[in-house]
Design a protein around this ligand. Sequence first.
Ligand SMILES: *Cc1c(COP(=O)(O)O)cnc(C)c1O
Length: 390
Amino acid sequence: VITLTPEEALVSSRIRKLKEQAGSHSPSIISLNEQIPELNIQIDACFLSNPYATDVFLVYLKNELLSNDLKLRDVLEFYPSQNEVIANVLAHGLGVNVNNIFVGNGAVEVIQAVMHNFIKNKVVINVPTFSPYYEYVKEGKQVVYYALNKEDDFTINVDHYIAFIRANQPDTIVLINPNNPDGGYIAYEQLRKILVGLKQVENIIIDESFVHFAFEDENRTLITATELFKEFENVIVIKSMSKDFGIAGIRCGYGVMNKYKVMNLLKNGYLWNSNGLSEYFFRLYERDDFKQAYEVVRKRYIADAQQFFQALRDIPHIRVYPSKANFALLELLDGTTSADFVSKLLIKYGVYTRNCSDKIGLHGEFVRIAGRTRDQNEAIIAALRDMYGA
Ligand SMILES: *Cc1c(COP(=O)(O)O)cnc(C)c1O
């Protein structure tokens, strides 16, 4: 069992205070470093992004924007394009009509817009989940939780789920694929089966913010629910670019949905909700040269992450749940609390991970750990071995 020294316990209580201020999200590295300067954070395995993708974006940014005063000035001085104009940039690549796309200031804005505007009476949310899905449900609407169980590795039993939804008759359901925080994945054909079985549900939200890390074949071919939207009008695809493109700071996300839903949202505002940098990214995202550079680092990162999860499985006293995302959910089996695990790893080894004790629907001691660069993954494994004396 991992326990803290008295000094570590003091620092740990200060970390807990910061966490309380951050609500259901984790304090950022920036605020941790600011508030607890004696922490020597080496690796952020709490935040869930592909660091190789950030490198690719930075090269473009430096070569095309930062080294060109006129272009940089345009991005800063002028209004970015309106929502529909950026939607038009995305339409071709996504293979849907411009009026099916709603661009958000990060996916969280899309989640907020959809949860506020389209839930009529009742929503079913699978737990554990990404907290904004239940936090943004307006008062007076009913939230029903569907439990994903650790005994099933947090996977969905499709027939059971369909029966549950039919019995509860919600107007809105939420599927995050792969799911945060467990990395559980619903294969494309299974997802399609759910949609075939639930045509009567008005809004089927599919959040595929981690889908660039998922795969079903050796080639790591990208599989997206946008294809399913083309077949099922009740689908609302929500996509964050933050994690898989490593650009959370510039706030890029979008939703794909039926055109009446997009019209409904745009008449309530959201005109210039992107910024100059996010518009630059969205235009880059549609370019072949960028796509090719990105595909290389997407596949490299998936390989590294899966290798990392495999190495984690050799650490004693922890269970590593199967994941098709870029993070793994760990369950601590030896009586160590998730708070002590996270504090020890942070204070003694400089590795920041996510304590999942605030996640509804998790029963036990759980920590989420993100894959980083290959070198950093190796350093994390070494730290864990040392921590457990393995
Ligand atoms: C992080 C996350 C988001 C939000 O992403 P932003 O684009 O940064 O707002 C949305 N959905 C899930 C499942 C996430 O984990």
